[in-house]
Write a protein that binds this ligand. Structure first.
Ligand code: CA
Length: 523
């Protein structure tokens, strides 16, 4: 064994820092299959009772590996989640707070840089959305900004290129091409990152009408009246009743289609749109129509992602790479599929707080594992470094999931997580809020600019999260404990108080000071 270690050490001198000879021949490949706004309710492995969609390929990753049931984000929005994944740090430390005016400081420490330095071949292909160019990658090709769904222009390491086809397929084609031509003397990190199923939820032509005009079961809270809740919750701009645009409704086609694609598109949508116009729906009937249109489109996008994940898994099988490749299927946050009357994300509520995490690594993870521990995107960088045998920098804020992969939950594993969302007032009028999340409770503070409200959610008593127990005397002790825990977490994560003005985005708003420190109970 000693000789084997020495030989391996010479062969992979870059990995000598790892200080450990692992059972496998060399550090694992890391295949990160990432989607934008993909939520657990749309993945059959998570068993949503509406049974919205069958996702056999994502399910396969969970079945052959481990499903994490409570992977939580720290700031439920695209760019900030991506910055947290790369750095292992909260927004206030990595500097990327919002999608409005944040720009990722690409000179800072990231896990791809550390893996590259340790001898990994590294690539990112697809959606990036961090404003600055990627660093720490041997190869990158990214969508500019949000990207588009059809025939996407992309940025190939600084050079503009154009592609034909549906973006989810294109990103997979490019990912497979990179894998085929990679430097096979090294382990790889490939971050293959889809745009889908981001708004405007434009399906591939082959998936138009995939659901045969199904009428979808509704979430219990489709017509949430927000009674007894903070003004922050009711005064939103992300409701199916008020925010649904012509592009969302597909009264306008998605941009940049070829005449052939557009023809197929119109053949599906036009007769249905005509019927809608004739029906002159209002009120709840209008919301119901929008909900069904939204589900057709969003779920078709997820179907496209699932098929393409299948192509990636097939490639690993055909190349004999499956055994020593850790496959991660995840998203930058969850998403509302009509719950509380919403689409979009941002909130600390469960649908947007929780993100999918399915992990397969046959040489380490036993098939069929399920973990209900609170894990987070802030753990990803630490995990990837740990599985590669690379030391985890002390300034990263999460914890490696490697023990959980092995079925061993450390006795001191976190029992709570800190959350902070900033971007306001555009695009969806979700007020800044922070809070603490435990297995059962959430203590939330809406603090800006015209609210100073605390809410206590009890997921055991109220799984739909429609009641505020903060002022209920029966919860007085719980409120006190959670305030103490929130104070502790804010210190632990080195929270900035108050956040810099730029944290909230470009749109100026008045009422600058951060009122009521945690623990200062509202009268
Ligand atoms: Ca997103």
């Amino acid at each position: 064994m000693l000789n084997r270690c020495l030989a391996l050490g010479l062969l992979l001198s870059a990995f000598t820092l790892a200080g450990e000879c692992r059972a496998q021949q060399r550090p694992p490949n890391i295949l990160f299959l990432f989607s934008d706004d993909l939520t657990c309710q749309a993945i059959s492995a998570y068993g949503d009772k509406r049974q919205l969609l069958n996702t056999p390929n994502m399910d396969r990753i969970g079945r052959e590996g481990m499903r994490f049931d409570r992977c939580l984000v720290t700031n439920s929005i695209c760019g900030p989640s991506r910055a947290t994944i790369l750095t292992g740090k909260y927004s206030h430390l990595n500097g990327f707070y919002n999608n409005s005016n944040s720009r990722f400081d690409s000179s800072q420490q990231t896990f791809p840089k550390l893996l590259q330095r340790a001898g990994y071949s590294t690539a990112v292909i697809g959606k990036w959305h961090l404003m600055s160019d990627p660093t720490g990658f041997d190869y990158w090709q990214i969508l500019p900004g949000q990207g588009i769904y059809y025939n996407p222009p992309m940025n190939d390491q600084g050079k503009p290129v154009k592609h034909s086809g549906y973006t989810t397929d294109v990103i997979t084609d490019l990912s497979l091409e990179w894998l085929k031509n990679r430097d096979k003397s090294k382990p790889f990190l490939l971050m293959s990152q889809h745009k889908a199923p981001h708004r405007e939820w434009a399906p591939a032509v082959r998936h138009l009408g995939w659901d045969k005009d199904r009428q979808y079961p509704e979430p219990e809270t489709l017509f949430d009246d927000y009674q007894g809740r903070s003004k922050a919750v009711s005064d939103h701009d992300m409701g199916l009743d008020r925010t649904f645009t012509d592009l969302d409704a597909k009264f306008r086609p998605s941009p940049n289609m070829t005449p052939e694609q557009l023809k197929a598109w119109n053949a599906y949508y036009e007769p249905r749109n005509d019927a809608f116009q004739k029906a002159k729906l209002t009120g709840k009937d209008l919301v119901r129509w929008r909900y069904n249109r939204y589900m057709h489109d969003y779920l078709a996008c997820v179907k496209g992602v699932d098929e393409n994940i299948g192509r990636m898994l097939d490639f690993l099988d055909s190349e004999g790479l499956a055994e020593n490749t850790i496959v991660i299927c995840s998203s930058d946050q969850g998403f509302f599929l009509g719950e509380h009357g919403w689409f979009d994300k941002r909130w600390i509520f469960e649908e947007s707080l929780r993100t999918p995490l399915l992990v397969r690594w046959p040489s380490v993870i036993k098939p069929g594992g399920v973990s209900s521990n609170i894990v987070s995107l802030v753990d990803f960088a630490e995990t990837f470094l740990d599985v590669a045998g690379v030391p985890i920098p002390a300034d990263m804020q999460g914890h490696s999931l490697l023990p959980l992969f092995k079925g061993q939950t450390p006795t001191d594993w976190r029992k709570s997580l800190y959350y902070h969302y900033y971007e306001f007032p555009v695009p969806h009028r979700v007020r800044p809020h922070y809070g603490v999340i435990t297995d059962r409770y959430k203590l939330i503070h809406y603090y800006k600019p015209d609210v100073d409200d605390w809410e206590l959610l009890d997921r055991q008593a109220d799984p739909l999260e429609v009641k505020n127990f903060y002022s209920d005397p029966a919860y007085a002790e719980t409120v006190k404990e959670l305030h103490a825990e929130l104070d502790r977490l804010r210190k632990e994560v080195k929270e900035t108080d108050p956040p810099p003005r730029a944290a909230f985005g470009n749109q100026a708003f008045e009422g600058e000071q951060l009122p009521a420190k945690p623990g200062a109970k509202k009268e």
